[in-house]
Design a binder for this molecule. Structure first.
Ligand code: PHE
Length: 357
């Protein structure tokens, strides 16, 4: 037994990897291993011999097993040490000196407005761009025959032949995320929902894909005054000015009542777009008090809760803030344009650092 012990403990100590260890285990303490064979001999022994040899064999088996386990973890430690020694990175190396790309003005504007609304207590919610007809229209109080469906120049997805469910749409606005957020979170709720939206439209200030940020605040004591304050605070912070001239126009949306559209004073001089001066107005957002039917569609009781919503055109904000006259250039992927209007990648917008320096 001492020979067996010396032999196997020696082999274990020498083993260089896990498969060698496994071979030793099978030969020593496996079902047909040497220790098992010795155990079989117990039957031929006298009871007195058995009383001594049995426990000794068990002890031997235990000792070999724990030597195997110890060696196995020592091998794993050594392998890890080896990896740590060979796979290292010098994190103090300087970054590549050539600037490779830039942050698109829309991404920049989105980061900026997210920072501003975060400060006002709004969190970010998202929804799909391929949207269910119900979320994009019906839940927002736009039934099938409603003229708003036609006004939106909707892109419809195909349905298979014979499938007469309403087709999915490319969402025409971020308002469906109001419904999805209410369903998910209930009330009270304060969210913004930035993202891409689609409408068949194309000129200097319209592209078939553009970006909106939806805002939604639902609670027990929210009024139009809160909406106006939030929008003014937002616009001042976004344009980094103490005063901007906004024009609130009574308007109509099926999903808000009352509704207001907001324009911002601007001018177009020789193709230069400027905010805050001149005789022109650019519409930047639609807003209003959320219609009770919409609150109910979101699963919230409109008898108890009310709130405001708004939808702002992000691309237009970016055009105005950075003086970019043609919206179509946003989506041309022209590197010269991107280098001129893009932002440094590590320039994360925040309120205390100045949003866009
Ligand atoms: N969804 C509207 C649009 O795209 C904007 C809007 C959002 C208006 C929320 C009111 C409230 O024009």
């Amino acid at each position: 037994m001492d020979d067996l012990k010396a032999k196997y403990l020696g082999q274990i100590a020498e083993a260089g990897d896990e498969s060698a260890l496994e071979a030793i285990r099978v030969a020593a303490v496996g079902k047909k291993g040497e220790v098992a064979l010795k155990m079989r001999e117990l039957g031929k022994m006298t009871p007195e011999e058995r009383q001594v040899t049995g426990p000794a064999l068990n002890a031997l088996k235990d000792e070999i097993n724990s030597a195997l386990a110890a060696k196995k973890s020592a091998l794993a430690d050594a392998a890890l040490d080896e990896r740590l020694r060979t796979e290292w990175l010098d994190v103090t190396l300087p970054t590549r000196s050539r600037r490779q790309g830039s942050i698109h003005p829309i991404s920049q504007a989105t980061e900026e407005l997210t920072a501003i609304f975060a400060e006002l207590g709004f969190s970010v919610a998202e929804g799909p761009r391929i949207e269910d007809d119900w979320y994009n229209f019906d839940a927002l109080n736009i039934p099938g025959h409603h003229p708003a469906r036609a006004e939106m120049d909707t892109f419809y997805m195909h349905r298979a032949e014979g499938d007469d469910r309403p087709p999915h749409v490319l969402r025409t606005h971020t308002s469906p995320v109001q419904i999805r957020s209410m369903e998910k979170q209930g009330a009270p709720i304060r969210v913004i929902c930035p993202g891409g939206v689609y409408r068949a439209d194309y000129d200097q200030t319209h592209t078939p894909m553009f970006h909106q940020v939806e805002g939604l605040a639902i609670d027990k004591d929210i009024s139009m005054a809160n909406l106006k304050w939030v929008l003014e605070e937002f616009v001042k912070a976004f344009f980094e000015v103490d005063d901007v001239e906004l024009r609130f126009r009574a308007s109509h949306f099926p999903f808000t009542e009352p509704s207001a559209e907001v324009d911002i004073r601007c001018s177009w001089d020789n193709g230069q777009l400027k905010i805050g001066e001149g005789d022109d107005w650019m519409e930047i957002l639609g807003s209003g008090m959320v219609h009770p039917k919409v609150i109910a569609a979101g699963g919230i009781d409109p008898e108890v809760y009310q709130g405001f919503a708004f939808g702002i055109g992000i691309d237009r904000l970016a055009m105005l803030k950075y003086g970019i006259p043609d919206l179509r250039a946003f989506f041309d992927s022209d590197l010269r344009w991107l280098r001129h209007y893009g932002f440094a990648a590590l320039d994360m917008p925040n309120l205390h650092g100045g949003l866009s320096r």
